[in-house]
Design a protein around this ligand. Structure first.
Ligand SMILES: [Zn+2]
Length: 141
């Protein structure tokens, strides 16, 4: 898992907004929530906000998702990938553990890439977390 200072700042900002929203919603709900209930509502709202706000935010600023993909060669999540070529929304990367090369796509390519044996990994929603779909060398239609 990759987690930088920028990711931490995003989580803190969204948590603050979620807690403020939970506190602000208290009179509207009509239930006098206190302590743990209000915090739980804030955590729930923060999680919901995270899923709604961060995917377009990570997409807009082209941030790397929190979880790197599982390597199609060794079937493990390596400590890192060596990016050998990057042309948004695609990057060619080599696994840090076994050396397997893979193409990472931040979105489904609009036109199918040339036929290749290099596995293709496509980032799925939510883009900020890093759910990757693996395809063996071709893009699914
Ligand atoms: Zn590998």
């Amino acid at each position: 898992m990759r987690f930088s200072l920028l990711d931490l700042l995003i989580v803190v900002a969204i948590s603050a907004v979620g807690q403020i929203a939970a506190h602000s919603l208290q009179p509207l709900i009509g239930i006098a929530t206190r302590g743990a209930v209000e915090v739980a509502l804030g955590v729930f709202l923060s999680g919901l906000l995270y899923l709604l706000v961060t995917p377009p935010l990570y997409w807009l600023f082209r941030l790397t998702p929190l979880f790197l993909p599982i390597c199609p060669g060794c079937r493990k999540r390596p400590n890192g990938y060596l990016v050998t070529d990057r042309q948004w929304p695609r990057a060619t990367a080599r696994c840090g553990a076994c050396g397997q090369t893979a193409e990472l796509w931040w979105r489904r390519p609009q036109s199918p890439p040339a036929a290749t044996d290099v596995p293709i990994l496509i980032l799925r929603w939510p883009h900020s977390l890093g759910r990757w779909k693996s395809t063996p060398g071709k893009v699914p239609t």
